[in-house]
Design a protein around this ligand. Structure first.
Ligand code: PMP
Length: 367
């Protein structure tokens, strides 16, 4: 029954699909929060070398990558669970700890994979209303107090996206600690930090991975798809108490993270310069994109990620269609209970200018 009630996840339109459907040659994809600079050259080289060994199964326990991740966080490798992207890790949490008669809590407008993995295993999803659209600091953000109140002893898992996709909103260290203090000890608190590297620029943005010793029920998830630019290779991970990791590793498919993905992820962790460059570009371009949208009359939600979401109003579908016809792919996020909202990923300066010009043409006409 849970599966029958699910709506499939709608990913960003693939570039090739747009070329075929609309006959446009030049396509700009700002729909999946990808790093416009691509991966670190060191990661690409490592992946290519691993492909030469593609006839061999990868290390099913991900020894090197888990050790590299553990070293990065200053923790024991036994706390690390690898995933085929962090979506895989979220699914592992659900497969391991949820099921019929069990319950997960998350916010309205939260990342779409939480309801999917919850319902897919027959568990109940308890959706907590988000902060108001006119909240002064975090419009449509997670209401952590209401989420804590909803997370009673009957709840096995609570998901917090920090920052959240598609709203871009985030929670600060103090509020998150208060929330974790309020969550029952037997309930697992998943803090999804897929956009962590972009968000560390915000004052008071927490690195929840430092709190693993304080909260044995804490699971922090990270992704290699965003700032590391490895979305196509699929690698992500969870950090948790070793006992929680040990349970998830019983359920995990042994070769869930491919050889090239493991090699590229480890190489990317070692290229701090590429990450810095990527974050700096995002911070600069996100501000320009925001200003450009404001000049066109839109009010993007505050975002600590590599994307901006804005209410495009009654003309949203028409604007999106017009953008597609001009070769620009953005993401309508109606399915997140945000009707009329579009999400645009931060691209290169040229991509962002092209997007703003195309949107302006849709609004005002002209060549
Ligand atoms: N969490 C959030 C909040 C996301 O936006 C995404 C990517 N859309 C993911 C997790 C999963 O990313 P991946 O599976 O590529 O690591």
């Amino acid at each position: 029954p849970g599966v029958r009630g699910l709506a499939p996840y709608e990913p960003g339109k693939p570039i090739e699909a747009l070329r075929r459907e609309y006959g446009v040659e030049e396509v700009i994809k700002l729909a999946s929060n990808e790093n416009p600079l691509g991966p670190s050259p060191r990661a690409s080289e490592a992946a290519a070398a691993a492909v030469q060994e593609g006839h061999r199964y990868p290390d099913g326990n991900g020894f090197e990558l888990r050790h590299a991740i553990a070293e990065r966080h200053g923790i024991d490798p036994q706390r690390v669970t690898l995933g085929n992207g962090s979506n895989d890790v979220l699914a592992l949490v659900a497969q391991t700890f949820l099921g019929p008669g069990r319950c997960a809590v998350f916010s309205a407008h939260a990342f779409a994979v939480y309801p999917i993995v919850t319902q897919a295993v027959g568990a109940e999803a308890r959706v907590v209303p988000a902060l108001a659209a006119d909240h002064p600091a975090q419009p449509r953000g997670h209401d952590l107090e209401a989420m804590a109140a909803a997370t009673d002893d009957t709840v096995q898992v609570v998901f917090v996206a920090n920052p959240n996709n598609p709203t871009g909103t985030w929670v600060g260290a103090e509020a998150l600690r208060r929330f974790l203090d309020a969550v029952p000890a037997r309930t697992l608190a998943v803090v999804d930090e897929a956009y962590f590297e972009y968000a560390v620029e915000e004052a008071d943005y927490p690195d929840a991975s430092r709190w693993l010793d304080d909260y044995p029920n804490l699971i922090v998830t990270r992704s290699f798809s965003k700032v590391h630019g490895l979305g196509g290779l699929r690698a992500g991970y969870a950090l948790s108490h070793p006992a929680v990791a040990e349970l998830m590793n019983r359920v995990r498919q042994p070769f869930n993270c491919s050889g090239p993905a493991q090699a590229a992820a480890a190489a990317s962790l070692a290229d701090a310069e590429h990450l810095e460059r990527s974050v700096a570009l995002n911070t600069e371009q996100r501000a320009l994109l925001r200003r450009g949208l404001e000049e066109l009359g839109f009010v993007p939600l505050p975002s600590a990620g590599n994307f901006l979401t804005f209410d495009a109003g009654a003309r949203a579908a028409e604007l999106n269609e017009g953008l597609l016809r001009s070769g620009v792919i953005v993401r309508p996020v109606d399915a997140y209970d945000l009707p009329g909202h579009l999400r645009v990923s931060v691209g290169t300066p040229t991509e962002n200018r092209t997007f703003l010009a195309a949107l302006s043409r849709q609004l005002h006409g002209g060549a």
